[in-house]
Design a protein around this ligand. Structure first.
Ligand code: COA
Length: 184
């Protein structure tokens, strides 16, 4: 979906990912083994074409938004909202910070907070959810800091590199009522 406004936070802002963002940086992030170790995209070599096709498909979709995370004036990663269920008003979020110099600075936490504000205040959604590999403490901590709660553990649902080592997936969520309570 397209959205022309900027979501402004204290240290970051979110804006739509444009096709012009599909540059060498983006390509390098997607193929960096440390950045992509927990991302489903790691199963296929990411090319200029596949990245552009992905961005274009989300821009044209009627159920998802793809925001660029801008920190210190630079595009450092993305956060996706969607697919949005048209009836039940719940949606997934997923994100990555590709620029490793921006790790550990609260960027993911603030991006999750900004997307939550947009989802609950503007889109009037009822629930957001996100999954993280059991090993991905950074992602889990960012979700908890942004007010998400652990909803459940999907046992041995996926693996990072080999089917000899299935891992648990931790599923987090936040409800509109919890988001509103956190503001008061
Ligand atoms: C995981 C990731 C999103 C974290 O982003 P980030 O901007 O560095 O996270 P934040 O700075 O908001 O950190 C949130 C909290 O988690 C902690 N944290 C961050 N990385 C951590 C790590 N690797 N291990 C343990 N804790 C970590 C931070 O210290 C912070 O807690 P604190 O404020 O108590 O210190 C980022 O490293 C990343 O994009 N990694 C690659 C892709 C990925 O894993 N995406 C998520 C898939 S579910």
């Amino acid at each position: 979906m397209l959205y022309n406004k900027i979501l402004q936070g204290d240290t970051i802002s979110l804006r739509m990912v444009e096709l012009s963002d599909c540059n060498e940086n983006y390509y390098n992030w997607m193929n960096d083994k440390e950045v992509n170790q927990y991302m489903e995209t790691r199963w296929a070599k990411q090319t200029d074409e596949s990245i552009k096709a992905f961005v274009q498909s989300i821009r044209q979709s009627d159920h998802s938004y793809l925001f660029a995370i801008v920190y210190n004036g630079k595009h450092v990663g993305n956060i996706k909202l969607g697919p949005i269920h048209p009836i039940y008003k719940h949606a997934d979020i997923s994100y990555f910070i590709g620029d490793k110099s921006a790790w550990g600075k609260g960027v993911a936490t603030e991006a999750i907070l900004l997307v939550s504000k947009f989802a609950f205040e503007e889109l009037k959604l009822n629930k957001l959810q996100a999954g993280a590999f059991e090993q991905n403490k950074g992602s889990q901590n960012a979700l908890l800091k942004a007010g998400f709660v652990l909803e459940g553990v999907f046992r041995k649902k996926a693996f990072l590199t080999s089917q000899d080592n299935y891992c648990d997936i931790y599923e987090y969520s936040i409800l509109a009522s919890e988001y509103k309570r956190s503001l008061s």
